[in-house]
Design a protein around this ligand. Sequence first.
Ligand code: BV8
Length: 249
Amino acid sequence: MANSVVSIPPDLIEIARNAKHIVVLTGAGVSAESGVPTFREAQTGLWAQYDPQELATPQAFQRNPRLVWEWYEWRRELVAKAQPNPGHLALVKMEETVPQLTLITQNVDGLHQRAGSRNIIELHGSIIRTKCFDQGHIVTSWAATDEVPPRCPQCDSLLRPDVVWFGEGLAYDALSAAISAAQNCDLFLAVGTSAIVQPAASLPLEAAQRRTPTVEINPQATPISRYMDFVLSGPSGQVLPELTRTAWE
Ligand code: BV8
């Protein structure tokens, strides 16, 4: 893009070029330009009447398993039709270029994997994977049934998406790997996240309190903007390619 929406500050370019370990935390905003609605954007159609935060809980599933299962089916279909955007692809290029890159994502859409990123920590799981409610058996296929949701072939409990719902703990190994990466990097990028959901939203601050250079990429301000060394106000699908081009091409 000739005249990018955002110019990258020269001192950030210098820091990026010298960085040995870059950590990137992504949120739903990096998938926005792939046509996947962000988590807090109004749901469309049938789902407009629901608050995602109300649906993404074990209580909602136990109250109405069919509704929650169908919501995730709708999101899975949306994601299946979506393609990684230039922001996802810029992160793949960054990973191929810098000595070490840890990609920590709150997203459950699998678009980073489809783009080709390798070292990914999925803090909130993935809607592409299915597990059973009682035992957490990962289930890749199940017999055709009229029952919605279907049941686990191993323990007969109801199937659910393999995501972390509100009120559920994050996987210990994912969270500890994410914290360790945030504490041991030379540059931390927070991209496309409203920085509301905990404990993910504390990761940029883990870096900031160690005086690690921090960058926020988001068209909007967020509760962590004031703590970031650099705030690049623009869409990640344009800013990430610009950063990668000016720093490493
Ligand atoms: C837990 C999977 C304890 C489901 C999700 C303190 C500590 C611990 C917990 C809490 C705490 N305080 C409060 C809590 C409870 C809760 C929480 O954080 N509540 C919030 C609302 C206050 N946290 C939890 O429940 C967590 N669990 O720690 O429980 C515990 C411990 C041990 C044992 C038992 C319990 C679990 C949180 C995980 C919830 N699951 N997802 C699903 O997806 O269906 S979170 C969900 O929100 C999505 O994953 C999403 O990614 C995530 C965060 O949202 P964002 O990604 O930021 O998306 P959002 O729409 O908000 O914002 C989009 C941003 O993009 C905006 O800023 C926008 O400006 C920007 N944007 C738009 N376009 C673009 C763009 N940016 C760049 N380019 C663009 N083009």
